[in-house]
Write a protein that binds this ligand. Structure first.
Ligand code: G6P
Ligand code: ZN
Length: 546
């Protein structure tokens, strides 16, 4: 057996700005490529999470969404994991694991944790974005306490550990010795398919497809391509061609792998045209988001969460009922009404999947979701795009109704929460921060608005560990439950993105067919006025409306 090379301690210096955002550290590829950038962050993560006994005997899971720089980053992390003393790394073949699949691999193998390489829905390629985040042993994104510790380490780092080893061929499945460590190259898709089979009634779904049901799934040239081919076309027998853009590309074909009405417009147009399939769906760069479009109807993520919660019992995994639900604060209150009727608790958390982890681990909730196109359950500790599509397919299959009928019946039964999000992207960061600070001061001084219930800066106390997260978004809430919420995005890489979330509840069924923007026009105007958006951002209108 060849000799294990000595651990190299490479001197380095802190690099500013390595603060993980809503979901890990995301920066331009060029920044990650410069100097010791990636090595510094990886070492900072290891320093922050290292148990007292070191990493001896422990397993790390590693994989990414295949975007540009994924390959180089995988090799660097393997060397550093070996140098830092991990016993084993499970890496997805060719460095590929969708985010929910990685979460599953961590849980299934009782790994210490995992590093997921992705900038999610952000554009890829040499000029695009890259990202990296650490998920803990429960399979979920590191909580704030840990991401704060990573940042602190990044600000005092003075060396990183690596080994002088040749590149490992991660296309060859099986176990390989690498330094003092074992690297197991695993099938990226197999475990995930098996998990989905446990949750859903695949034979019933297969029969539905055999009966002529048509799905259009847009993988956006991102990581879900192989998963979608294997599940929808392979296992469920959907017609070849069901999966669009199913070949992952390093730059996502030059598009944003963001499943919304702007970036998945082709799918939307297909679903609005005559002869549309029965269901349209899409997922993002790393496979955790979902977009659901029925024939002639876009189902907003907030509505989707509510409808999934109301119908989850139709899937074998949730047939016994759900323990509770959670949504991020800016997500509409539609799911609250479902929880109320089911007699289960509904938790309101800050934006970011990491806040659901404790609730899921403690068994307080079964389903959760966010307005940002994320829905998931206790099957993993990440949101899960393909899972959401399978649950929608299950509901259509069991109820033998169209998505439109299901939505209309839902609104008739619970009322409709009209909801929209207006994004002002890449605005000047100083102006954005000032807008929020001034609005916050205005709220503190007391807003004088008719029928105002309260206005505040959302703060969350985790009911499981008592940790407090402050400044999670400004809320202006009215007596009838209508709301305006303002936040700055924590996932952008250039300038700041202002998100304005607007919501109004409508109980009257005769008013359920309105255009969303029209239904919310008064509140939209008020939102602009209160924060002086036009004056302060120089934008006539939002860049993206969802
Ligand atoms: C990522 C996180 C989500 C979060 C979303 C929006 O996708 O995983 O949990 O809701 O970003 O974040 P942002 O800070 O950009 O609104
Ligand atoms: Zn994502």
């Amino acid at each position: 057996m060849s000799k294990i090379p000595a651990v190299q301690r490479i001197p380095t210096q802190p690099i500013a700005g390595m603060k993980p955002g809503t979901s890990g550290l995301r920066k331009r590829v060029t920044e990650f490529q410069s100097g010791n950038y990636l090595a510094n962050f990886v070492q900072s993560v290891f320093n922050a999470v290292r148990p007292d006994g070191g990493f001896t005997g422990l397993t790390l899971v590693l994989g990414g969404d295949g975007r540009y720089f994924n390959d180089a980053a995988i090799q660097l992390v393997l060397k550093m994991a070996a140098a830092n003393g991990f016993a084993r790394v499970l890496v997805g073949a060719n460095g590929i694991l969708s985010t929910p699949a990685a979460s599953n691999v961590i849980r299934k193998n009782k790994a210490f944790g995992g590093l997921i390489l992705s900038a999610s829905h952000n554009a890829g390629g040499p000029e695009g974005d890259f990202g990296i985040k650490f998920n803990a042993g429960n399979g979920g994104p590191a909580p704030e306490k840990l991401t704060d510790a990573m940042y602190a380490e990044s600000q005092r780092i003075n060396e990183f550990l690596t080994l002088d080893l040749p590149e490992l061929d991660v296309s060859r499945p099986g176990a390989h010795r690498y330094g003092g460590m074992t690297v197991e190259v695993i099938d990226s898709v197999a475990d995930y398919v098996q998990l989905m089979k446990q949750l859903f009634d695949f034979p019933a779904l297969k029969a539905m497809f055999a009966g002529g049901f048509r799905l259009a799934f847009d993988a956006m040239h991102a990581v879900t391509g192989p998963y979608a081919h294997a599940i929808f076309e392979g296992e469920l027998g959907a017609a070849p061609g069901t999966v669009h853009n199913g070949t992952p590309l390093k730059d996502f074909g030059g598009h944003h792998p963001d499943p919304n009405l702007v970036h998945a417009k082709a799918l939307y147009d297909q679903m609005m045209a005559p002869g549309a399939p029965d269901l349209g769906a899409a997922s993002d760069g790393d496979g955790d988001r979902n977009l659901i479009i029925g024939r002639d109807l876009f189902i907003s993520p907030s509505d989707s969460l509510a409808m999934l919660a109301a119908n989850a019992h139709l899937a074998p995994a949730y047939a016994g009922g759900i323990a509770g639900v959670a949504r991020s604060m800016p997500t509409s209150g539609a799911v609250d009404r479902v929880a109320e009727r089911l007699g289960v608790p509904c938790f309101e958390t800050p934006t970011g999947w990491k806040f659901f982890g404790n609730l899921l681990d403690a068994g307080k909730i079964t389903l959760c979701g966010e307005e940002s196109a994320g829905t998931g359950s206790n099957h993993v500790r990440e949101k899960d795009g393909i899972w959401a599509v399978l649950l929608w397919l299950t509901i259509l299959c069991q109820r033998k109704q169209s998505a439109m009928q299901i939505a209309q019946e839902h609104w008739a039964s619970y009322g409709r929460n009209y909801y929209t999000r207006h994004d002002y992207e890449e605005i000047d960061s100083t102006a954005a921060k000032k807008l929020m600070a001034d609005l916050s001061a205005k709220i503190d001084a007391g807003l004088q608005l008719p029928k105002l219930k309260f206005a505040d800066d959302f703060s969350y106390t985790d009911p499981v560990d008592g940790s407090v997260s402050k400044n999670q978004g400004l809320r202006v809430v009215f007596e009838d439950g209508s709301r305006i919420v303002y936040r700055l995005s924590g996932t952008g890489t250039t300038g700041s993105t202002l998100r304005v979330y607007i919501e109004r509840y409508e109980a009257d069924t005769s008013q359920h067919g309105l255009d969303t923007q029209a239904a919310l026009a008064d509140l939209i105007a008020l939102a602009g006025k209160l924060a002086e958006i036009r004056e302060r951002t120089d934008r006539e209108r939002p860049d993206v409306i969802t």
